[in-house]
Design a protein around this ligand. Structure first.
Ligand SMILES: *Cc1c(COP(=O)(O)O)cnc(C)c1O
Length: 236
């Protein structure tokens, strides 16, 4: 039996340790509990242990879970978002942050829905730092241009950058990836557009969040480390 509460505390301790090791204040780092595929009962356990931010990667699952959790639960969408699903999560069931904006067309669609409903949407740009073919995201080189384009969408607010690093045996192998993204994050932070407010760097998962924290992450997204391995065998 895994204890969600104990896992959560353990991850928090490790975030704290990595922050201190690299001379950062642990309060600069926000933990997103990635609850995709997990039952609401487990999210409740995490909630009861003090966790308030949950990350989901599918629109349908997000919409199913939102009404089942307390009002003050905060939701982040971390998975690939299709344009035809945008309407389901703007205005209602709206995540407080969308981590996975990877094209101007998707940004335009979110902006359009946001205007219809009179809301503002906080987003991150997903960056495929290692240029992996299997992954979504823009390249590091495209970041400045994409920020300029998206800054013209007045109902979006660009809060920062996100990456999913490659799966590696040794998390040290991803250090360079995190350094590269951190550098581009810093370079673009001072952009002066009314809706660009780059204060979030979302990087690091169960396997490599400690290295990510050492390299400047302000959000880490941890699933397996809190809720245990995911079982996809039941799903179609
Ligand atoms: C599933 C997922 C995570 C969490 O992965 P773990 O290895 O279980 O911690 C983080 N970010 C994204 C975008 C994910 O899809």
């Amino acid at each position: 039996m895994i204890s969600v509460k104990e896992n959560l505390y353990d991850i928090k301790r490790r975030i704290e340790k990595s922050a201190i090791k690299s001379g950062r204040n642990p309060s600069e780092i926000t933990l997103i509990a990635v609850s995709k595929t997990k039952p609401v009962s487990m999210l409740r356990e995490a909630y009861d242990a003090g966790q308030r931010i949950f990350g989901e990667n599918k629109v349908q699952e997000l919409c199913d879970k939102v009404p089942q959790m307390p009002e003050d639960t905060e939701w982040h969408l971390i998975g690939h978002l299709q344009r035809n699903k945008v309407k389901y999560i703007i205005g209602q069931n709206q995540p407080s942050l969308i981590h996975s904006v990877d094209s101007e067309r998707l940004a335009a669609e979110i902006d359009k829905e946001a205007k219809k409903r009179g809301v503002t949407v906080d987003i991150l740009l997903e960056v495929n730092v290692a240029n992996e073919e299997t992954k979504f995201g823009i390249s590091l080189e495209q970041v400045p241009e994409m920020i300029d384009k998206i800054a013209t969408f007045s109902s979006l607010r660009i809060r920062g950058l996100m990456t999913i690093a490659p799966y590696v045996e040794n998390p040290e192998e991803n250090r360079k990836i995190f350094q590269d993204l951190h550098k581009v994050f810093l370079d673009n932070r001072s952009k002066k557009a009314h809706n660009v407010c780059m204060d979030v760097l979302s990087m690091g998962m169960t396997n490599d969040f400690e290295v990510a924290v050492e390299e400047g992450a302000t959000m880490v997204r941890v699933g397996t480390g809190i809720f245990g391995e995911r079982d996809y065998s039941m799903k179609s």
